[in-house]
Design a protein around this ligand. Sequence first.
Ligand code: ATP
Ligand code: MG
Length: 568
Amino acid sequence: MRWSQFYLFTTREVPRDAEVISHQLMVRSGMLKKLAAGIYTMMPMGQRSMAKLEAIVRRELDRSGALEVTMPTIQPAELWQESDRWSVYGKELLRIQDRHGRDFCYAPTAEEVITDAVRHDIRSYKQLPVSLYQIQTKFRDEIRPRFGLMRGREFLMKDAYSFHADADSLDQTYRAMHDAYCAILEACGLEYKVVDADTGNIGGKDSNEFMVLAETGESEIVSCECGYAANTEKAVTGELPSAPPLAAEEVAIEKVETPDLKAVPEVADFLDIEPSQMLKLMIYTSETEEPVAVAVRGDREINEIKLARLLGVDHPVLADDALVERVTGAPTGFAGPVGLSGVRFLVDRSAAALMSFACGANEVDAHFRFARWGRDADPGEVVDVLLADAGDPCPECDGTLQKTRGIETGHIFKLGTKYSENMSCNFLDAEGNDQPMIMGCYGLGIGRTVAAAIEQNHDDSGIVWPGPLAPFSVLLISLNPQDEEVVAATDELYGQLRNTGLEVLYDDRAERAGVKFNDADLIGIPVRVVVGKRGLKEGKIELSRRIDREKHLVDRADVVEKVVELSS
Ligand code: ATP
Ligand code: MG
């Protein structure tokens, strides 16, 4: 493709809302145009990378045995009412009405539509399992669309759904999808980790996320050398090393005045103890749940997502001052387990393991020290709501957890029968009994993965495309587009390179060399070929790879072979 005939306009200007580098570089390299918040047009450069990824995704999904379909993006409300999600999905669901006043929504996902299709076709266990996928636009009215394609409102997703007669069959397909996702990310040349994930409110048991590793990722991951890896939303730890008890068993509990000292570090400092020798008690509430008191070791945080799953609610929220006062009898900052009553009391393992500790006294400006479970405080329900941290013991070996960041590009779930039960998607088993199908669902963000590739592969000058996602594989630059000899030589080379099947972008623009080189760095095509008057005189052409920018002067006759070698 000749640049002069292509549609590619680079810019130095960084849009003000582009907080992350992938967003900045996609705009600057002419891949992307914003239409409205979280809604973008893919320009030709961006379209080419998206198409590359889509081809890889199709190849691996087809290989896994899944079949491609295309579902509508506009879905009738009735299906969502049947599955019981119309009322619970919230504001991310874009609801619309047709001219007759009938309710529809723009697809944020397609469990309902695919379940509706399958329930009309499949009758018997003999017709199962089935896996169907599509690559289709989704709309989610995200609270904070940001980071360009990474968290858009309208975005392209590959979504797949599988239907099974039994759990073993689901396990097999889940494994095949897992492997297909690994193959996709490997084929893209990306560094990634598969992590245990929270299943959210879709429910189901197993769930994995595919994280492309990047410092700027929104997700936090803990992992161990043994292979254990989990989203911190979900991560568990081994038993924490215990904090030294504050006092011997015979030492009685003692109340200490702590005027205006509320936060754990302040109180610990005042009492001259470690925060890990304190107990932190938080009061939570939610729309559906009575208040609960949750204790965690003083130096640690509560994982609110684990807490949500435990309570079976969407979002536990910290109680306001009035509720804290009602539950504990004291203002916020002085809550403790001693004498706590009339409220469900959850104790994280980290707090349950404390032998003798300090805690709030449920009285303004007072704390206890030398408190003990059983003797002074009811031990509550011991649970795991700990937010895992770097340095914690691995739950699966003697190792230590590390923390990294990643971008969630894919998410796979075992759904179970939630949708099939609600929507009567049944089959006849071998005994002739009607059973709900067991389902799996598998999502992968196309735009988010392309953005993640840039987030992981760039430098100060621009994108450094991994070959498989690059919009072109070779950038051929003519330094003297007015010089007949140079033009003839570059045109000839362009033809030869294209004949090898390489995708070549030919910078034939009448621009200065500096402009061309800056653009070359910005758009990040993996192999650069520079034809200039001076080199040609000596029969040489300059080749370099974007990744190291090391220049090689190559004889004219060897150029094609060498470019093919560098491109592979
Ligand atoms: P997140 O936690 O980031 O909001 P999610 O759990 O809502 O993601 P899923 O419903 O599992 O995401 O969707 C499957 C995939 O679709 C995600 O792994 C991601 O790659 C992509 N995706 C989800 N939301 C967006 C979005 N707003 N913009 C771009 N891609 C998205
Ligand atoms: Mg989401």
